[in-house]
Design a protein around this ligand. Sequence first.
Ligand code: FAD
Ligand code: SIN
Length: 508
Amino acid sequence: MTHIVVIGSGVAGLTAALDADGRPGVSVTLLTKATLESSNTWFAQGGVAVVTSSDDTVAEHVADTLAAGAGLSDDEAVEVLCAEGPDAVQHLIDRGVLFDVHDGQLARGLEAAHSHERILHAGGDATGAAIAAALIARLSQSSVTVRENTTAVDLVVEHGRVVGVLLLDGERLEADAVVLATGGAGQLYPYTTNPSVATADGLAMALRAGAVAADLEFYQFHPTSLAAPGNHLVSEAVRGEGAVLVDRDGRRFMLDVHPDAELAPRDVVARGIAAQMALQGGDPVRLDATALGAEFLARRFPTIDAAVRARGFDWGRDPIPVTPAAHYFMGGIRTDLWARTSLPGLFAVGEVACTGLHGANRLASNSLLEGAVYGRRVVDAVLGEHAQEGLLDDHEWAEPLTIELPVGGVPSSRADLQQLMWDAAGLTRDAATLTDAAATLAGWALPAATDAKSAEDANLRVVAQAVVASALARRESRGGHYRSDFPEPGAGPGVHSAVVTTRGAADA
Ligand code: FAD
Ligand code: SIN
């Protein structure tokens, strides 16, 4: 019997657990640190990018993904995503996901930097919840052992192999394979679209265990979160339907920034907004969706409509204030095309992983698809069906930077860490600020992981250090990583960065 422990209940973890459950000789335990519904997946709005119509092609989806990745995307990883996407989405439909339909066909929306309308959505703007709810319902009909409110704190490594997971209460779970599907790290920043569970746990656990992480300088800031407490996302699909960004005088400033204006790549729109906000003394810009009409907005975007109205805005009548917020981590635990990490016994899928497919910037709505595609692939890898393939050895990866984890130091709060990250490793970076941030972090102690909150704080602290070091090392601007002191991309396609920690390096 092969025992697989899957950590995380987003689209990636749920897909992996359900696919593994069907295989002979396999038992699966799924851990999740809060309820099954607590995940970035649950909050996903715009939809799933996938080719489903005859006027669109996989080659064009590949081309759009590579263009968004700003030269750094791994071609093969992109090809896998786009080519296996239609099948993976059919699998979601077979598992009960009800995508919206228009005139008897799957309804398709448009988002920035897509050459075609190819974004499937569900419940209007509740795509993630629709996917997660359907998969969670399937879970209850499976033999997967589900443990909610169960926090993994570290990986157990013996003789260089991951053999289990240590839980917050001290329990040790043995496993033949551990699949990390722990999602993103939005809580590194004070302004984020991510829910509170997005605290980089899996990435920090993998770094402590000796795994190689990659591309950690690439963080995506979504251009349009509501400028109100909670930074509720206002989906790019709203701009895809025709909403425009205006300054405080009602002028469409993005027309001066990029030919695609509001539908330019995300990093361009986010920086365009930040620059306009700076000109306005920090006041948010406005998203003007009034031309779409209140009735259409409520029908097409019911989740956003409710959130916007709950905060006192009538977006059918007035433009609403929006601001960029931390949204998606392109970097993560380095994996091959089968979700294998550099550590035997350890696999990673979804936002926590870095196959290199998103390169320097993720194309909108490619992330749910990634979980659905690679969440299936990981099961084949765990069961040894692809054991002979190398770890992305046909691509350029930099020599890993070694991050020295602090011993001693002064305590700091999560709010301090988040502000430091926003100021130094946010939308715009430069050597002086990053160097100062690295020095500050070096003086801050690693919190002792005595409870769930301090365990998360320790994880955020480790990953913040790795992000700052990676951002300092990349002396160019590319995709989500913008250096005001090196505003242009370097020559050529660029090289994926890599990071290990001293603890990992010592154990390896
Ligand atoms: P998640 O869905 O984040 O799941 C991670 C899971 O791991 C959670 O269940 C969490 O509780 C659990 N976990 C974490 N740490 C631990 C631990 N220590 N122990 C146990 N469990 C743990 N992408 C798209 O493609 N289309 C969209 O329309 C879209 N909209 C988005 C809107 C919002 C508001 C946000 C925040 C993101 C959006 N994204 C979208 C991005 C996308 O939702 C995520 O990248 C994707 O859902 C990640 O899936 P995942 O399974 O990798 O991780
Ligand atoms: C959105 O709906 O704007 C988010 C889509 C994504 O992050 O892919």
